[in-house]
Design a protein around this ligand. Structure first.
Ligand code: SF4
Length: 477
């Protein structure tokens, strides 16, 4: 493998903190740049080894994790609610998160495209920011007459101890609207904690008295309608005779969330962010849930059949069978051209949740490609076990990685492309490796049959671009 300079970004140049002195290190050749505490979160897949793997924990200090903070996790979940106002109680920097950097689309309100901030400064940190927050809520009510406001607590608010709950409660009483406090100081856990805070806020909006179970009506959880993806799936299900009652939270609204308890079933696409909500809804309203994934042909088929089986309706099952057979046949024909161009190429994956990573490994297999590295920000133990089972011997599996690890493994394993999000893109490009954006910033759909073709096309365009030859030549490879 090419040696990479030991990263100053690690902030740890003391050799005691690096794993090169550890005997029996499993991950050959790459040990120099790892922090000791990260060792159990990196696994070299081997049939002869048990998977004693560390995940679902807070990031290691000094590791410069690729993960986002608690506030960001909460915002991921709540931002697509199209008619909600988001007040970020904190310094202006935290408020940079807007619709602009997330591709969720709306069929009605456009309010969610804005971000509001209390813009806390030094004086507020000393004397408290509650007054400013009250002023911000008053101003939004006066100017926009909102029905729903979320107030996010950021790091500094967690430190100075503003009573955000009390401010929100007073505003609810004063204006008779919903003002929900989202406890999300960045340091109060990890991105998964933020997902939970977002889901707790959603639970507060649901109408507890809405007990009627609509036949063949389901809620679609964990789809944020990136590039209109929720619409693609809604369209599929409509063709089978299944009605989507509420999407959470892509293209949703205060009113649509209120009626979510009336569905018969919850299907969960982004398991990392929404399994918690599905469990809470099962406890509160008795709605069962199943995990689905509409990425890649194998998982689309499994998901549609699972939903049809659950609803146990002859006509839906028949329609599902015909729909999948026709769509799959047509899509496979369209994928042939890309398969020829991608056969034998190697992929590296670093995405938010484990369920998406599992689908991507299968999707690369469908294209004749091999996954050589796979990691996630918030994967669960059972998801990593599945990843281990479906990936090849020698695949690197890692949780909550940092840039140095990702760069080292991409080079060591000879990855031709990295699939990730905005923070991973520069890592790939710096190394002269192709990249595919599979996160919230993208502007084209990757789910469903249309998405499977878009995905193959993008992977082909990126991997087979002549720019990489030019870079290799310039580097003298
Ligand atoms: S870590 Fe803290 S300061 Fe940074 S974006 Fe998150 S809440 Fe804001």
């Amino acid at each position: 493998m090419k040696s990479l300079q030991k990263s100053c970004a690690l902030g740890l140049d003391d050799d005691r903190n690096l794993s090169k002195n550890i005997p029996n290190m499993d991950i050959e050749e790459s040990v120099d740049d790892f922090i000791i505490e990260r060792r159990k979160s990196i696994f070299l897949n081997s049939a002869n080894k048990s998977m004693d793997f560390n995940c679902e924990t807070n990031s290691v200090a000094g590791s410069v994790s690729q993960r986002a903070c608690v506030y960001c996790g909460a915002r991921v979940v709540l931002n697509p609610i199209t008619d909600a106002y988001h007040i970020v109680h904190g310094p202006i920097g935290c408020a940079s998160y807007t619709w602009d950097i997330r591709g969720s689309l709306s069929s009605s309100a456009e309010v969610y495209r804005n971000s509001f901030s209390t813009d806390l400064g030094e004086k507020d940190v000393i004397f408290g920011g509650e007054k400013k927050l009250t002023g911000a809520i008053d101003e939004i009510v006066e100017k926009f007459s909102p029905k729903l406001i979320f107030v996010y607590s950021t790091c500094i608010v967690g430190i100075i101890g503003d009573d955000v709950d009390a401010v929100c409660q007073k505003a609810e009483e004063k204006y008779n609207i919903r003002v929900i406090s989202v406890k999300s100081p960045g340091f109060a856990g990890n991105k998964s904690t933020g997902y939970k805070m977002g889901c707790n806020a959603i639970m507060e909006l649901m109408d507890k008295s809405c007990g009627h179970r609509d036949t063949n009506s389901i809620n679609y959880l964990g789809d944020f309608n990136l590039a209109g993806e929720a619409w693609i799936i809604r369209n599929y299900l409509q063709k089978l005779g299944i009605k989507i009652n509420s999407t959470l939270t892509g293209d949703s609204s205060y009113e649509s969330i209120k009626k979510a308890p009336s569905a018969k079933l919850n299907i969960v696409q982004c398991a990392g962010s929404m399994s918690y909500l599905a469990k809470r809804m099962r406890e509160a309203f008795g709605i069962p849930f199943i995990k689905v994934s509409f990425y890649g042909l194998a998982d689309i088929k499994r998901s549609i059949y699972d939903i049809a089986n659950f609803l146990n309706d002859e006509s839906i099952m028949e329609k599902a069978f015909d729909f999948v057979s026709n769509k799959e046949k047509e899509t496979k024909q369209n994928l042939e051209i890309y398969k020829k161009r991608l056969d034998g190429k190697k992929a590296a994956i670093f995405v938010g949740g484990g369920f998406k990573a599992i689908s991507l490994i299968k999707q690369f297999k469908e294209l004749g490609m091999q996954t050589v590295m796979v990691g996630t920000q918030t994967g669960k133990k059972d998801e990593y076990e599945t990843i281990r089972d479906i990936s090849d011997e020698g695949t690197i599996i890692l949780d909550d990685a940092n840039p140095v690890e990702l760069e080292n493994f991409m080079l060591e394993k000879g990855a031709d492309i990295l699939v990730g999000g905005v923070k991973e893109r520069p890592l790939a490009y710096k190394l002269g490796v192709a990249f595919c954006d599979h996160n919230h910033e993208r502007k084209h759909a990757l789910c469903g049959y249309e998405g499977a073709i878009n995905f193959a096309k993008e992977i082909d365009l990126s991997i087979n671009s002549s720019v990489w030859n030019y870079i290799r030549k310039e580097r003298g490879d």
